[in-house]
Design a protein around this ligand. Structure first.
Ligand SMILES: [Zn+2]
Length: 90
């Protein structure tokens, strides 16, 4: 029995993914006026999933420095109940 070649499959997937992946640029490096602050939960909310998880750097495209700050501020915001630790999906 013959199996399909695995490299073909992954090639196709990679190409497919490229099409809908936005160009990754760190939003905070691009816009210096954006402040990473726990009080600015509206901004932080765009970096967490519906279920309240922090979006990983490889998806959000943030640079290491800003992702670190973001994580810290999200955790702070959670602590003062501006953001959820978890949430149930709709
Ligand atoms: Zn950055």
């Amino acid at each position: 029995m013959r199996r399909p070649r695995p490299e073909n499959k992954s090639d196709a997937r990679r190409r497919e993914r490229r099409e809908y992946t936005k160009k990754k640029v760190c939003r905070f490096c691009t816009d210096k006026s954006l402040k990473i602050d726990y009080k600015n939960y509206r901004l932080l909310r765009s970096f967490i999933t519906e279920r309240g998880r922090i979006i990983p750097r490889r998806i959000s495209g943030n640079c290491a420095k800003h992702q670190r700050e973001l994580t810290r501020e999200i955790k702070r915001a959670r602590h003062v109940a501006l953001l959820p630790f978890t949430a149930l999906p709709k």
